[in-house]
Design a protein around this ligand. Structure first.
Ligand code: WAQ
Ligand code: MG
Length: 267
């Protein structure tokens, strides 16, 4: 049986003259069976037209056939949650978990390669909170994620303004045609695909939706850890950082998987 990939993105014109640019408002994507294509398409358009970030000037919907043999089925990462009182505490918790995960990855890497920790990584681990907060701020204007190489301290996105986007993914057996975004359902699918990418160590995510304050950190080792508050209400800053290790795989392999491989996640 064949499937169809549907992708939607919506944007708004902002500014005047030389300052004019397209501001991203909303995006969504699905991989569904043929009989659902029309309903899902309608729901996506509805979603674009009722987003809290504004009224769209431009909506693009792309529909493509996907062959079943080209689809990889992945098991969803196990989910846990961390309750916190404040956004500050949430961020601290997230950074702490990521730091431990990166350090653990490095111990395994060193043991296997019999090589010492590269100095870039040692510095990154030492000043982890500061370094990651700084990277996070750089992601705020991006539509995709930052691909950060922990081994060299370099950013690997081919287009640094846009970032890398994970695409072609959905939940398996998902028959939902809801026009409203379910943050968690979408995030667990994305995080599962990302965690399975070649060379991926871990992911940090904070929504850019002003009324969604729950974020997460995720990796094969950590699973999907929901951090119930990571920013203040009405804050429209958010972003994603993919922490990648170029000692494990090449950036091309990783990006190819994120952007091209079709994945259905068993939730
Ligand atoms: N690939 C890479 N980066 C992306 C993608 C993608 N497909 N989609 C969004 N981003 C980046 C982009 O820079 C956004 O600004 C940022 O991530 C946040 O995206 O368990 O809603 O879609 O309840 O706003 C977390 C759910 C929801 C937590 C995250 O992210 C939970 C969310 P958003
Ligand atoms: Mg958003």
């Amino acid at each position: 049986m064949n499937y169809y990939s549907l992708k939607m993105r919506a944007s708004q014109h902002m500014g005047e003259g030389v300052n004019q640019h397209e501001q991203h408002i909303s995006g969504a994507e699905r991989i569904v069976k043929r009989e659902m294509v029309e309903d899902v398409c309608r729901a996506m358009v509805h979603r674009a037209m009722s987003h809290s970030k504004g009224d769209p000037d431009f909506i693009n919907v792309k529909i493509e056939k996907v062959l079943e043999k080209d689809i990889q089925i992945l098991k969803a990462l196990p989910v846990t949650r961390v309750d916190v009182e404040t956004a500050e505490e949430g961020l601290k918790k997230a950074f702490g978990l990521l730091r431990d995960d990166v350090a653990c990855n490095d111990r395994l890497e060193n043991a296997m390669e019999n090589a010492a920790t590269p100095s870039e990584l040692a510095g990154f681990l030492k000043d982890f909170e500061t370094s990651l907060s700084k990277l996070l701020k750089e992601t705020f204007p991006m539509r995709g994620a930052m691909l950060y190489d922990i081994a060299t301290g370099k950013r690997l996105e081919p287009d640094k303004e846009r970032g890398v986007r994970a695409t072609y993914m959905d939940a398996l057996h998902s028959s939902e045609v809801d026009g409203k975004k379910n943050h968690f359902n979408e995030a667990i699918v994305l995080a599962t695909k990302v965690a399975n990418a070649p060379g991926m160590v871990a992911e940090f995510c904070m929504s850019d939706d002003p009324n969604y304050v729950t974020g997460y950190v995720a990796s094969k080792r950590l699973g999907y850890v929901r951090i119930m508050k990571m920013k203040e209400m009405n804050d429209e800053n958010g972003g994603r950082i993919f922490l990648f290790d170029s000692r494990k795989a090449s950036a091309e392999e990783c990006i190819q998987f994120l952007q091209k491989t079709k994945v259905l996640v068993e939730v």
